[in-house]
Design a protein around this ligand. Structure first.
Ligand code: AMP
Length: 578
């Protein structure tokens, strides 16, 4: 390649990244790290300038010699004190850009003098000009400044630009800023129709809510006021952020910090629900901004083809749920929200170099994939427990195996269903595959292993094995990342290579026999009902589910006679469903 290389840079308020197109794919440049450089500049004990993680780590201890969030100052006529000196915002930003430039040069093994840099859509001319100046100070000619939502849209849509017009909502919630933009992409041209937000709202505020709660807990439980103790407050901040991140995956987390004071240890549980209560007001405000952006763009929710989540805080599940409620589509999560803007900058940089790109490599699964199993719990038999095999955000390729057990003696069939979603009731998730697995009439509690393999191209391979006989069922589902539109997946090639047995797959680790055993005729009816569920009309589905629940209740009461009567009713209904 003789054209001088052009790198793509996301110069963020909290973090910055650099990307470059390798062959045809944009990649984040990583120097043995995660590719994320904290946008933080400082002076160390020896008076040397430091950039990135080391600067961020000293921020709490030495605020007077650390600069955070300089992006907020861009375009202002001001000087920022740092140790004994004063710098313009451009000069501080230039130190971050220089770090990224040198990293790129080290990885690429050649000099880099050109860049595409992203800025918020609301940046004024003065702020854009200041960003260009920062580039020049760092030794980078800024060939183009692009808007962050444009870059995010390019990362998602760049490979199929040229298709019909697409209208995209970009919801970007980072550490300290929030933007929502409406972007239209058509014939490779991306236009920001509207952009609004709050440049003082983000993950730091959510950490602060948790910190305040911890401070109150310490006061109540131990009569301890830590608000004046900088070191303890710094520890609480890191505990709070860790808990917040964990609650994006788990329903509850425990916050522990030993020796907060001499013999006082902090140990408290925080539920996702309680955390959501703490931040609801802020998230509601972001939703009002979504409404405003739609109004400003002159469009309605129904006009939105895609929602993109950008910024680390957009991983909070409540946000996806609220956006889905509001706009009736699932937000896209295939591309790491921290890296999406830089990858888009990389795509634009490639375009400036005359290179066509082939889209971003998706290397985490944006969805959870699992199966349905029956389980006895405190409330009786739950026939549709969702058992996740591959959890969302897992790095690809990935393989996972779970063990299940047959429920009844002489069980000759297990229905193996593949669901995508997060709901604990499998039926509330999207069914993307359903396979009959013939079993060998063995006794209740026989082991079936189920293995899912998911690769970078979204191909999900499934293998079920009946341990005792070695009977095997293999199936392949293509394109499982296209789950926004379940029909698309269901109609994609589902190749069943060879299959044998299965039964009402039981819950891992729980074999059921003796008085828990459900008579096989009842299980058969339930299995048939589950098979027919996804071809039934919505109305029939509701009725089938109601009847299945009634049967389950009757089984729970050991009233098999009643269960059989309802089974007859259910079978009558199923008879008419093909
Ligand atoms: P950004 O400015 O886009 O780099 O976002 C950084 C913010 O995202 C910080 O406040 C992080 O604590 C927050 N963040 C990162 N990952 C998660 C997560 N899984 N759940 C909630 N917040 C997160």
């Amino acid at each position: 390649m003789n054209t001088p290389p052009i790198i793509g840079i996301d110069l963020g308020t909290t973090n910055s990244e650099v990307a470059f197109v390798h062959e045809t794919r944009p990649e984040i440049l990583r120097d043995g790290d995660d590719g994320i450089l904290p946008s933080c500049v400082g002076v160390d004990d020896d008076g040397r300038l430091i950039v990135g993680t080391t600067a961020r780590n000293q921020a709490v201890a030495y605020p007077e010699r650390t600069v955070l969030s300089v992006k907020r100052e861009m375009g202002k006529e001001k000087e920022i004190p740092l140790a004994e000196k004063r710098y313009t915002p451009q000069e501080i930003s230039a130190l971050i850009l220089k770090e990224l430039k040198e990293k790129a040069e080290k990885i690429m093994g050649r000099g880099v003098g050109h860049a595409v840099i992203t800025v918020p859509a609301y940046f004024t001319d003065a702020q854009r000009q200041a960003t260009k100046e920062a580039g020049a100070i760092a030794g980078l000619e800024v060939v183009r400044i692009i808007n962050e939502p444009t870059a995010a849209a390019l990362a998602y849509e760049g490979s199929h630009a040229g298709d019909e017009r697409r209208t995209i909502l970009v919801y970007d919630l980072g550490g300290g800023t929030f933007d929502v933009s409406i972007v239209q992409i058509e014939d490779r041209v991306v236009e920001v129709l509207a952009s609004t937000g709050d440049n003082r709202l983000g993950g730091d505020d959510f950490d602060e809510r948790i910190i305040q709660w911890l401070v109150r807990e310490l006061k109540q439980q131990h009569h301890l006021d830590v608000t004046e103790n900088r070191a303890v407050m710094a520890r609480l901040k890191s505990c709070a952020e860790k808990a917040k991140v964990e609650l994006s995956q788990a329903a509850t987390t425990r916050i522990e910090a030993d020796h907060i004071a001499e013999d006082i240890h902090l140990s408290v549980a925080l539920t996702r629900e309680a955390f959501e209560g703490m931040i609801r007001e802020e998230i509601d405000r972001t939703m009002q901004s979504v409404t405003k952006a739609l109004q400003d763009a002159g469009i309605t929710p129904g006009d939105i083809d895609r929602i993109l989540l950008v910024g680390g805080s957009s991983r909070i599940p409540m946000i996806s749920n609220m956006l889905k409620d509001k706009l009736k589509i699932d937000p896209s999560k295939e591309i790491d929200p921290d890296l999406c803007v830089a990858l888009g900058a990389g795509i634009q940089a490639a375009r400036e170099m005359g290179i066509d790109t082939s889209g971003v490599l998706i290397d985490i699964t944006p969805y959870t994939f699992g199966t349905s199993a029956a389980e006895f719990n405190d409330e009786g038999l739950d026939p549709h427990v969702f058992v996740p095999l591959i959890k969302r955000n897992t790095k690809l390729p990935v393989s996972h195996t779970e063990t299940f057990y047959t429920m009844v003696d002489n069980q000759d069939l297990a229905l193996i269903q593949v669901f995508q979603g997060e709901e604990s009731n499998a039926l509330d998730n999207i069914l993307i595959g359903s396979y009959r697995f013939d079993l060998s009439n063995s006794e209740a509690g026989s082991m079936i292993t189920l293995k899912y393999d998911l690769d970078l191209n979204g191909i999900l391979k499934l293998e079920a094995v009946e341990k005792e006989t070695g009977r095997t069922l293999n199936a392949v589902i293509d394109n499982v990342f296209a789950c926004e539109d379940p029909d698309r997946v269901r109609t994609s090639q589902e190749k069943i290579n060879g299959f044998s047995s299965m039964g009402a797959a039981a819950k891992p680790g729980k074999a059921h026999s003796g008085e828990d055993t459900i008579p096989p005729d009842i299980t058969d009816t339930l299995t048939l009902a589950r098979e027919k569920l996804d071809v039934a009309s919505k109305e029939d589905q509701d009725e089938i589910i109601d009847l299945m629940e009634e049967i389950t209740d009757a089984v729970e009461d050991k009233n098999f006679e009643k269960a059989r009567i309802i089974c007859d009713e259910l079978e009558d209904l199923l008879f008419y469903i093909d």
